[in-house]
Design a protein around this ligand. Structure first.
Ligand SMILES: [Zn+2]
Length: 499
């Protein structure tokens, strides 16, 4: 005996498939919507109440997903409040005009742009209460403190949905430096990636739905985005289907680089499409060139150098594609990043943040399937790089001190004036460029500026400790070598007339 048809026939095809996979039914793939409904009615032996509960969750999650979709506009600052009068709000969201009347009241009404498909075919027909442009406007209103959601309850949005809206506003505030993230959230995000990235990449829909309230494909994109954020990269995420999923910016590299990232789940653990679909490389080229590089101007366009596909795993043969991709795109570098390598990279960085963006770029330059061994190698190279950097600084410190020692040191003192002191310091600090320090000039006054990169505090710690040791070593050598009289002694001798 199966379930009631009326319960499930409103679900989308993907949701029906999710229902099949949740209850471990076999043989549902390839079926069309109506066939799936029949199939479930015949085969799903679960009480109606339980299915009903799940359907309610799905519908709620769908609306929450619309709120998350609003991120595409809100976080990229494409929402403009055109007018906010007492009972009439006019806004422009990514070129679409939205009008909201009587927000929070029973006679509430909103209209989206005539070009909004969602509004035309879903909202107007009563299938959904709102399109993604509505929460985008709300987020902007809350962010700019034009409404207070504790006083005005936005229509159709409460509970989890309101929570999602608040989180969006918080993310934007964090991005603009208005609030600081809590350490707890950092550990939590790291923990989620460690435990969930792999099962989610294998399309574990139950985990995705129960913990993240979305389909695994979308959760995977979010977690990958988070992983790059935890590597201190800046990202631009897009939830729209079609086109790239993520742009990752290696801001700390010099010059910065931009990688176009595509996230792919695969139930059996190996993403093969890139090999089997002859048009795949052309699609990737479109993402990098037409949808990214060609839309940027000047240096920004030159920063677009990498394409990275993240998936649970790849067949080894993908390595044969990179050369062709490079030829097709005028020199862009294609890499394949399996989930276990990404987690390994993140773990290594979490333990000690010494893997700089320049080092990550070096790894992407190799154009290959990035294995755990590659990541291991990256850690070793990063350590070597750190030691080299410290040695460079130590050498410079010694060299500069030696220049003054010969002239000024006596039995007790090394003598410096401000000019000398500054000179030594700047020469040493310059050795840290471009990995830890960016040296520039304030053009109007011609003063040098030093931008210190705080993300690599572990590298700083190592280099500074080594510098301290070197400085102490120089002092010790001087203490042991110098016999030249001090000025005090010279003066005494003069006065005592012992010469
Ligand atoms: Zn709309």
């Amino acid at each position: 005996m199966g379930i009631k048809r009326s319960l499930i026939k409103e679900l989308t095809q993907k949701e029906l498939q999710e229902l099949c996979s949740r209850y471990k039914l076999k043989g549902y793939s390839g079926k069309k919507h109506s066939q799936l409904v029949d199939f479930l009615c015949e085969n799903l032996a679960v009480p109606d109440e339980e299915v009903e509960g799940f359907v309610v969750t799905l519908v709620k999650d769908r609306l929450t997903a619309k709120i998350k979709d609003a991120n595409d506009y809100f976080l990229t600052k494409r929402v403009h409040i055109v007018g906010a009068e007492e009972n009439l709000i006019k806004a422009n969201v990514g070129g679409y005009n939205i009008i909201i009347e009587n927000l929070g009241r029973d006679d509430f009404n909103y209209t989206c742009d005539e070009r909004c498909q969602d509004w035309l075919y879903q909202v107007k027909k009563g299938r959904y209460p709102f399109c993604k442009h509505y929460p985008a406007v709300l987020a902007e209103l809350i962010f700019s403190e034009m409404i207070n959601v504790d006083e005005i309850r936005p229509n159709y949005i409460d509970g989890d949905m309101l929570g999602a809206l608040r989180r969006m506003v918080e993310t934007r505030k964090r991005q603009e430096g208005l609030i600081f993230p809590k350490d707890r959230s950092l550990e939590e995000r790291f923990g989620n990636i460690e435990s969930d990235l792999l099962p989610i990449s294998l399309q574990n829909q139950v985990l995705a739905r129960d913990k993240y309230h979305e389909r695994a494909e979308l959760v995977f994109e979010n977690l990958v985005n988070d992983a790059f954020l935890l590597l201190e990269c800046e990202t631009i995420q897009r939830r729209k289907t079609g086109g790239w999923d993520l742009l990752v910016m290696g801001t700390n590299a010099s010059p910065p680089f931009i990688a176009v990232v595509e996230c792919k789940t695969a139930a059996d653990g190996i993403y093969e499409q890139v090999l089997t679909n002859p048009n795949y490389l052309y699609r990737l080229r479109e993402y990098c060139i037409d949808l990214t590089k060609n839309r940027l101007i000047g240096a920004l366009a030159d920063y677009v150098k990498y394409m990275v596909i993240v998936a649970p795993g790849f067949p080894m043969e993908v390595n044969s594609l990179t050369f062709r991709f490079s030829e097709m795109t005028g020199g862009l570098h294609l890499s394949f990043l399996p989930v276990d390598s990404l987690i390994h990279l993140l773990r290594s960085y979490h333990k000690a943040p010494i893997i700089t963006h320049s080092m990550i770029e070096k790894m992407l330059l190799r154009e290959k399937l990035i294995t755990q061994e590659d990541v291991e190698q990256l850690v070793i190279e990063s350590q070597r790089e750190m030691v080299n950097l410290a040695n460079k600084c130590k050498g410079k410190l010694r060299e500069k001190l030696q220049e003054v020692l010969y002239r000024t040191a006596d039995a007790s003192f090394i003598k410096l004036d401000t000019v000398l002191f500054e000179k030594i310091l700047t020469e040493v600090v310059k050795q840290l460029a471009p990995d830890l320090v960016r040296v520039g000039t304030k053009e109007a006054v011609g003063v040098s500026t030093y931008s210190l990169m705080h993300d690599y505090y572990k590298v700083w710690e190592y280099v500074l400790n080594e510098l301290v040791k070197e400085f102490v070593a120089v002092l010790k050598e001087q203490s042991e070598q110098r016999v030249k009289r001090t000025e005090l002694k010279e003066e005494m001798l003069n006065m005592l007339d012992l010469r």
